[in-house]
Ligand binder design. Structure first.
Ligand code: FES
Length: 164
């Protein structure tokens, strides 16, 4: 009787060890396989931030506005200070330019006496609509998405050309 129980017990223990091994292996590899085969879909939604009262800005007089934007990096959310050059076109219409020159990214400013944006680094100039007046800047100023609600100016994402 003892001789017959020996192999059965050994077989049972081997089956338990292999079974446990299979459960542990699948518990470790299954989540990784699901992650690799079905990557999470990141929903890119525009984050609109309050950039002030448009009624306080004079038409056709560019003004640098400061606003805060949240930057999400994994689980970490940081609040960053950002600026934009805003040109009011009408009571409910405005454009907001990125504060960086399209040549090498220097900060430019509005030159009131010459009525153009001037980058001090390599003297690129842009008109009030952001078009290049003189190089070496290769393209017009980049723009933020803009929305006006009442008199509140909302700034969205920066829109850059595809191949930049
Ligand atoms: S960075 Fe503005 S002109 Fe070069």
């Amino acid at each position: 009787m003892n001789e017959q129980q020996g192999p059965d017990r050994r077989g049972f223990h081997l089956a338990m060890i292999y079974g446990l091994w299979a459960v542990i292996t699948s518990a470790l590899t299954l989540p990784a396989a699901v992650y690799l085969l079905f990557p999470p879909k990141v929903k890119k939604t525009t984050q609109w931030v309050d950039a002030g009262d448009l009624a306080q800005i004079q038409p056709k007089a560019p003004e640098e506005v400061v606003f805060r934007k949240n930057r999400v990096d994994g689980w970490k959310v940081t609040s960053e200070k950002s600026t934009a050059w805003v040109v009011k076109l009408a009571d409910n219409q405005a454009v907001a330019f990125s504060p960086q020159c399209t040549h090498l990214g220097c900060a430019y400013h509005w030159d009131e006496s010459n009525k153009h944006f001037l980058c001090p680094c390599h003297t690129s100039t842009f008109d009030i609509d952001g078009r290049v007046l003189s190089g070496p800047a290769p393209r017009p100023l980049d723009r933020f998405q803009v929305r006006v609600e009442g008199t509140k100016l909302l700034i969205g994402d920066l829109q850059k050309p595809e191949n930049v």
